[in-house]
Design a protein around this ligand. Structure first.
Ligand code: HEC
Length: 477
């Protein structure tokens, strides 16, 4: 009898304990303030604020659903495939706290437990810039309709060659600006393209629409700008323009936007070289209905590098991205893995520590695309044949890396080596137009290809490609 009572007491005691539900003030507000308020506050990108008890309580079941499914907070990189700065990921414990709170009817709890509402700096996050350039003069975004992609040319009017330490994107109208990417154009091509527009801009989708010299920075909601490092400043020539691509998402109300970029120059040349390494597979040809088209390409590093960030990019059909580095000693370093790619949530992922990759490392990129009608993001209804290109209905398989080299003098030879490595990788993937991208080719690419296609099958096998690359290298010397 005694034992039975004891047993009930314990059982009862335990159930009382587990029945004390988490409360908003004590358990939930700290999670929402630290992980959600960045975007879910007035004037920010998310459609509603999550700063008060009522904001959260009336959406408790939805919050529980999207956090359990890890849709929110948005963070596409899979854990275990590269360690990044500012990772936005709830712990399993935080997710179950939210779930238990919701199941208990979202109680508010004791006001004394409530943390202070967070405050956010309004100005430039990376410090006061030396130059602020505005994008256009009030770009109109209609209330409804498809997303808009616009490239704004930002003339820097540099009187001499300079060093950009940091370029911070600042959205003008946060309710419509979905993301922004800043490119460097030393050629004037973007400026010529925008010449006849009233606001120095032109529509563009997958990229700047011109052969940009480099990619400076990417912004998506939640991006945290920093002051940058003068030792990693990017040298830019006199006459260089920036090209700012903005992705606009209609808000339900007609809106206008003037976004800006704040640039901080460094007065002295940097100690190290910073440049972009671009991997791209141009040989994409996806049949309508193909739900798992795989695009693979590889590139072998011609020099030792340090990677400080990765910016993977594709359009609407891509589902899965895998980028791995195979080191000469047999080790594999995962550079990123995204299992549910969403064009809306692209951005640059900065590694926690720069990754040192020795010469001879092979980087493998494997992207999978779903061109079936089951893919709700498919822009073509019914699905159509899709090839590489910059339009919404084209596809891309790209990875931009920010690369750090020992000295600035290493950048030019690195870029020359990489151009060759990229052409080799494009030829290997079956893109026979790759040669045309070499300067001075003047349409002779086809002729040269035929010279090296010894067996005349219209393709280059490994030996034929090797001989062609040796020939190109000797010509470039
Ligand atoms: C980086 C910005 C950002 C962060 C951080 C963020 N959200 Fe969101 N959230 C959005 C945006 C933008 C939307 C609108 C839908 C979309 O564009 O994906 C959204 C939508 C939602 C929705 C509505 C989903 C639906 O299906 O209608 C909920 C609920 C939500 N967020 C909860 C949260 C919670 C909870 C957190 C923190 C754990 C969080 N969000 C963190 C940007 C963010």
């Amino acid at each position: 009898m005694f034992r039975l009572t004891f047993f009930f007491a314990i059982a009862f005691g335990v159930s009382v304990l587990s029945a004390a539900p988490p409360t908003y003030n004590k358990d939930i507000a700290p999670i929402l303030y630290s992980q959600c308020a960045l975007c879910h506050r007035p004037g920010e990108v998310a459609p509603f604020s999550l700063l008060t008890y009522l904001d959260a309580a009336k959406r408790a079941p939805l919050i529980a659903t999207v956090t359990k499914a890890r849709i929110m907070p948005p963070w596409k990189a899979e854990p275990g495939f590269g360690a990044f700065q500012h990772e936005r990921r709830l712990t399993a414990e935080q997710i179950s706290l939210i779930d238990d709170w919701t199941k208990a009817g979202a109680p508010e709890g004791n006001p004394k437990d409530k943390p202070a509402v967070p405050t956010f700096a309004d100005g430039w996050q990376g410090g006061e810039p030396s130059l602020v350039v505005k994008a256009g003069n009030g770009f109109s975004v209609p209330a409804e309709g498809p997303d808009r992609f616009q490239c704004f040319v930002l003339p820097l009017n540099l009187e001499q060659d300079s060093y950009i330490q940091t370029a911070e994107f600042r959205p003008g109208n946060r309710s419509v600006v979905h993301h922004g990417v800043i490119y460097v154009d030393e050629t004037g091509a973007a400026r010529r393209r925008a010449a006849n527009s009233p606001d120095g801009s032109y529509p563009c989708f997958g990229g700047p629409g011109v052969a940009a010299t480099g990619l400076l920075a990417g912004w998506a909601p939640g991006t945290i700008a920093t002051a940058g490092d003068p030792q990693l400043a990017v040298p830019v020539k006199k006459g260089t323009d920036l090209v700012l691509q903005i992705h606009y998402h209609p808000s339900g109300k007609a809106e206008t936007d003037i976004s800006s970029v704040g640039i901080t120059f460094s007065s002295a040349p940097p100690a190290h070289g910073r440049t972009a390494l671009i991997m791209v597979n141009t040989n994409i040809d996806i049949a309508p209905g193909d739900a798992a088209y795989v695009s693979k390409s590889s590139l072998t590093l011609p020099r030792d590098v340090e990677l400080s960030a990765i910016f993977p990019h594709a359009h609407w059909l891509c589902k899965d991205m895998k980028v791995d580095a195979h080191l000469p000693n047999g080790d594999i370093a995962h550079l990123i893995r995204i299992k549910d790619w969403d064009f809306n949530w692209q951005g640059s992922y900065k590694y926690e520590k720069p990754l040192a990759l020795p010469k001879g490392t092979r980087i493998d990129m494997e992207y999978t695309f779903d061109n079936s009608d089951k893919n709700i993001r498919n822009p073509s209804k019914p699905p159509a044949r899709v090839q590489f290109g910059e339009q919404t209905t084209d596809e891309m398989a790209v990875a931009f890396f920010t690369v750090i080299l020992p000295t600035p003098a290493d950048v030019a030879p690195f870029q020359r080596d990489m151009r060759l490595a990229l052409i080799d990788s494009m030829l290997a993937s079956g893109d026979m137009t790759a040669l045309q991208r070499l300067p001075g080719m003047n349409g002779r690419g086809g002729q040269i290809l035929r010279m090296f296609d010894k067996n005349g099958d219209g393709k280059l096998d490994d030996a034929e490609r090797g001989a062609l690359m040796d020939f190109i290298r000797s010509m470039m010397r």
